[in-house]
Design a protein around this ligand. Structure first.
Ligand code: ZN
Length: 278
């Protein structure tokens, strides 16, 4: 299933994409998407519905973030070798885990606001994993069966706040609008191999990032199993699994976002995001 939230900001309704690519309303079957409503057990009930019997949504609709909120929004640093190299960093020997504030979650077509006080705002296309079951101390072999689905994440980053202001990366990764997710939460049954996806990001029509998830240093199963050795993941948690080469920080000279820039992000099977910077 391709699940989504549509409608004006703050008034989104849950829906799914039917075989013809149209939106079908799910309001009679689920209140919203986020947290326990995307547990695998809850999604199984939606799987049994026939999209043809759901109300067809007509007209041009804004597409919102595919999850209203998340219990936790984690991300992984330096998980593609070429990206670690372009930032002048060593490859981590273990997954580098950090947090994004959940208040950064934004829609996949909403303009990204430049926050006051930083002039080094950067882009990072990433495969987002959404957890679908309580996950603590799971093996690598069990890990993918705990995934509800996948979505595109842009791990928007303020490099000066991330690198020059001390402490954890969370400050540089969390401003409002720094976490566009969606357009869809694509359930795991439609993504048999999360390591076989193509990602690409263009800035003003120029390709900046183009890679495959097979290039990850630590694959999705490893990341989930590894994290679950330290903490309990919960349904609706998002893990952004790292960005490949081609961020603005790595360009020579560095290229950071400016008002009016247009970003377009695509991952095979997961749709696309497109927005301006304001
Ligand atoms: Zn990232």
């Amino acid at each position: 299933m391709k699940l989504l939230r549509y409608g004006p900001l703050g008034q989104e309704r849950p829906g799914m994409i039917d075989a013809e690519g149209r939106i079908r309303d799910l309001s009679d079957h689920v209140t919203d998407f986020g947290g326990s409503t995307v547990a695998i057990s809850a999604l199984e009930r939606l799987h049994r519905l026939d999209p043809a019997n759901l109300p067809l949504v007509s007209g041009q609709q804004r597409i919102g973030a595919c999850l209203a909120d998340a219990p936790n929004f984690y991300a992984i640093g330096r998980n593609y070798a070429a990206h670690a190299a372009e930032t002048g960093s060593d490859l981590p020997t273990e997954p580098l885990v950090f947090n994004k504030a959940t208040s950064c979650i934004a829609g996949p077509f909403d303009a990204v606001p430049l926050p006051k006080g930083s002039d080094r705002i950067d882009w990072e296309i990433e495969l987002g994993v959404v957890i679908g079951a309580p996950t603590f101390n799971v093996s690598r072999r069990e890990a993918l069966s705990h995934v509800a689905g996948y979505c595109i994440v842009n791990d928007v980053s303020a490099r000066d706040w991330q690198k020059d202001r001390g402490g954890q990366w969370v400050k540089g990764k969390s401003a409002p609008g720094f976490g566009p997710i969606g357009p869809w939460l694509v359930t795991a049954d439609e993504v048999p191999d999360p390591q076989a996806l193509a990602l690409n990001l263009s800035l003003n029509g120029e390709m900046r990032q183009a890679a495959r998830t097979s290039d990850m240093v630590f694959d999705v199963a490893h990341l989930i199993s590894y994290m679950s050795g330290f903490l309990a993941l919960r349904p609706g948690d998002i893990i952004a699994t790292g960005t490949p080469e081609g961020v603005g920080l790595g360009a020579k000279p560095p290229r950071f976002l400016a008002k009016g820039d247009i970003l377009r992000l695509e991952i095979s099977g997961l749709g696309r995001q497109e927005y301006s910077v304001k």
